[in-house]
Ligand binder design. Sequence first.
Ligand SMILES: [Zn+2]
Length: 291
Amino acid sequence: MKSRDYMVRATAADAQIRAFAATTKNLVEEMRSLHNTSPVVSAALGRLLTGGAMMGAMMKGENDLLTLQIKGDGPIGGMTVTADAHGNVKGYANEAQVILPANAAGKLDVGSAVGKGILRVVKDMGLKEPYVGQTILQTGEVAEDLTYYFAVSEQTPSSVGLGVFMEKNNTVKQAGGFILQLMPYAEESVIARLEDNLRQFPSVTAALEEGKNPEQMLEALLDGLPMEIVDTMDVQYRCDCSKQRVERAMISLGKKELEEMIAEGKEVEAGCQFCNQKYKFTVEELERLIL
Ligand SMILES: [Zn+2]
């Protein structure tokens, strides 16, 4: 039976901590098969998708949209993930086929594949201007970069763990993660206990390989800190693209680019970057886009 991807939201120690944990194996595998990503890109983008799914669930509004963008000088070039508040997430990497040797720990070298660069977090909450936070990548390993973003940009001390474990045949064996956040009024004893638990927690992929589900990951991470599950939510890879959205992306290419396409006099096919769905534009439709 196919396991279900889902996310658990919880609070602990009388709401001094808020916590998220998720299993995302199916959605990361769906991304992998859609984009035919190499193992190191599956791991990098899988981690960002997992973090994005949980960060999406932090948003307050029904229609809020979160976009995470990583731009780095490594061979992946960059990654984009978009998530809503209901567990729907999608993403793509600029370069899907990066192959790198394993790092010193024998693991997929996500840090080198991403390189040095920036993380941008854009929250579209239906206001005129979206919220934009931008931080420098710390390691390019994604979890540390999100931890740093929370500390610097949102002034929320957090611990982020993300993991993607690949099968020998390059499909996704395990994927998941957690985010723990300290509220400003957290007591010293609570912080000390949490730090202790984090030191003893092996890693997300090790926990998943042991068969732990999100609830059990949180039980280990929040050991000794009374936990209350707030809710659980299915998470999935979902693209809601339409010809109109792709049209907007076409318009953003600029007038010159569009005029060149029109001069070719042929129908143009444009794909959605998130799901590869193809949309066709006739010359007449292209002409309408530059009006
Ligand atoms: Zn799409």
